[in-house]
Design a protein around this ligand. Structure first.
Ligand code: CTP
Ligand code: MG
Length: 590
């Protein structure tokens, strides 16, 4: 069970409150006011209650508890600025540690996790506490090596006193292995439960999101050496609601507050301007900036390893691994459209709980069958898959999601946004978005998702969530998914015919499997040795191969059978196994 430890604002009592975060997440969804009550009871100071800036934002927030993308972002960035990341010896006495830190001020919350050693994330109530803590922190003296005298909020705890015996409980930052997942899902009693359970197990935890914002904040401290007013903002699956534990951390170096874009120029009279160097193009400027920041990260960034500057890509980036968090990081600049599509995906995910559930299931299914991969190539990406799910939900007889054009029509004056000539305007206030009364179950939707794409006219049509309908293809790529904010861009241009064929084949197979009684109802019998049920429903869809379903180890050079053969054999193997378990040969399904 994942636990999250919250500390009351008053450290004097040293009380540790323990609450399962997943439960808390779902509870706060069911009861929007739950979060507030929870925080009031424990006397936790929220960022929102303290700063005028956030209070103003809250005034425009919808009353139903759903926060806009930018409100969430602003709160998280502010939280991260009050936080510190500390590498701790494995045996650290939690109470002593907290008492030591709280000399600098009250702690709002903290947690421990493991990644090549144990770390603690500690969030203070006030930013000043951090200043005090850092003032009392020393640069290490190492005899035979020189250290870079670069101060950051990544620290190490040294214990020169007596050795502690206890170790704090660590939060897991990774997903459960696929075989354990399959087993857990098989023990659920309906496909709907399987889908929600998978989502709960895979989605980013509260702690993991805090850690992601903290890594951005640590990186901002490096970039701020050159650009003090810059922001480093996470985008993509870290913030769009579709992130899985272990997903990469996409970051955007936002220099808008420096660029002068937001400064009003006087219509007449004197004014001053900064003298600046000019670059040949915006792209060249981005490349120079990323090159310098990349160098800084490489030379001075504690914990940042394997820094690669990939500056010739369509979207130039600096890639590196942040060892203390275990995140694979991509830092880009001038990538505002991607930021906007993250906001759009977040909004779609918040509109109906079935959206995230379906996306998580489809992403997990695709990964289990190597439709997607962590290595770049001709595969379908998670982003493309997500857009495909959104499109499918727009195409229901009673649509579950509105089209982007409709969201644009609902936008207010503050939502207006044009980036590089592309109109990226859409409504941000959830209360303005009317939803249709669609009551389809997750099981129905999953089944029909596979049917929809198993029979989609990919050779002629493109997928367009702006219009919410397929459009004639204007280019030759096998799979055409139009970028929501730039119709001329195909987000799945990289996908080749073979990969698309595999996707379509698996969709058909999976649709067929979900129609079979052998697969779509729980097996009533359990395997004698383990008391576990044989895989069924979503769990059966995740089985990587027929042999595994049959409990036989896969030989590496084994040829893949045609889909129909695989299904036949899978059915047979399940039937045989059930027969063996029950010993009655009558088939195993209830
Ligand atoms: N993006 C885009 N067009 C693409 C690829 C990516 O606009 N062809 C944007 C999307 O906003 C996407 C973000 O860049 O969410 C990050 O891309 P990526 O890391 O590939 O996808 P994620 O959505 O973050 O999913 P994953 O969990 O696989 O990282
Ligand atoms: Mg990503």
């Amino acid at each position: 069970m994942r636990l999250y430890q919250w500390l009351s604002a008053t450290m004097a009592s040293s009380m540790v409150f323990v609450l399962p975060m997943r439960t808390r997440g779902s509870l706060s969804k069911c009861f929007p006011k739950f979060d507030n009550c929870f925080q009031r009871k424990l006397g936790i100071n929220t960022a929102a209650s303290r700063t005028d800036r956030l209070i103003k934002k809250d005034e425009v927030e919808p009353k139903n508890g759903r926060k806009t993308f930018y409100t969430v972002e602003e709160e998280r960035i502010e939280q991260a600025q009050r936080s510190v990341l500390i590498s701790c010896p494995a045996k650290t006495n939690e109470k002593k540690f907290l008492k030591y830190l709280s000399r600098h001020g009250d702690i709002n919350k903290y947690f421990f996790y493991e990644s090549y050693g144990m770390y603690a994330v500690v969030e203070f109530v006030h930013k000043e506490s951090l200043t005090s803590l850092l003032n009392g922190t020393a640069i290490p003296c190492i005899n035979h090596e020189a250290t870079m005298p670069f101060k950051s909020r990544l620290l190490s705890l040294r214990n020169t006193g007596s050795v502690d015996q206890s170790a704090p409980q660590c939060q897991s930052q990774t997903t459960i292995p696929i075989n354990d997942l399959i087993q857990r899902l098989s023990n659920e009693n309906s496909i709907d439960h399987q889908i929600t359970s998978l989502t709960e197990m895979y989605q980013l935890t509260e702690e993991n999101v805090c850690l992601r914002y903290l890594v951005c904040s640590l990186l901002k401290d490096i970039a701020a050496a050159y650009f003090p007013e810059c922001k480093i903002r996470p985008f993509g699956s870290s913030v769009n609601g579709f992130g899985k534990l272990g997903c990469d951390l996409d970051m955007f170096l936002d220099l808008d507050d420096i660029s002068g874009r937001n400064v009003k120029k006087p219509k007449a009279g004197l004014s001053l301007e900064y003298q600046t160097k000019r670059a040949a193009s915006e792209r060249a400027a981005t490349q120079s900036i990323l090159s310098v920041i990349g160098e800084c990260v490489d030379q001075f960034g504690p914990g940042c390893v394997g820094v690669q500057k990939i500056l010739q890509a369509r979207c130039p980036l600096v890639r590196f691994a942040h060892q203390p968090s275990g995140f694979q990081c991509d830092l880009t600049a001038n990538n505002r459209v991607a930021m906007k599509s993250s906001e759009l995906l977040y909004l779609y995910g918040e509109l109906d709980h079935r959206v995230r559930c379906l996306v998580f299931s489809v992403r997990c299914w695709a990964r289990a069958h190597s439709i997607t991969s962590s290595i770049p190539g001709a595969w379908i990406t998670n982003f493309s898959l997500t857009v495909m799910v959104l499109f499918f939900l727009q195409r229901r007889t009673v649509p579950i999601l509105p089209t982007l054009d409709h969201l644009k029509d609902l936008a207010g004056p503050l939502d207006k946004c044009v980036i590089e000539g592309n109109d990226c305007t859409f409504v941000s206030d959830f209360t303005k978005i009317p939803l249709r009364d669609n009551t389809e179950t997750l099981e129905q939707l999953l089944q029909e998702f596979f049917e929809f794409y198993g029979t989609f006219a990919f050779s002629r049509m493109s997928i367009n969530i702006r219009k919410g309908r397929e459009q004639s293809k204007s280019e030759v790529s096998p799979l055409n998914i139009q970028n929501p904010f730039d119709a001329a861009l195909n987000v799945s241009k990289n996908v080749n015919g073979t990969q698309l064929e595999r996707f379509v084949g698996l969709c058909r197979e999976s649709a067929w499997m979900l129609q079979q009684r052998e697969f779509n109802v729980p097996h009533s019998q359990t395997r004698a040795a383990t008391r576990d049920r044989a895989p069924w429903g979503l769990a059966a869809l995740l089985l990587p191969s027929v042999s595994q379903a049959a409990g036989v180890k896969v030989r590496k050079n084994r040829k893949r059978e045609p889909a129909s053969e695989r299904i036949k054999s899978l059915l047979e193997s399940l039937k045989n196994r059930d027969d063996k378990t029950t010993g009655n040969g009558t088939g195993g399904n209830s």
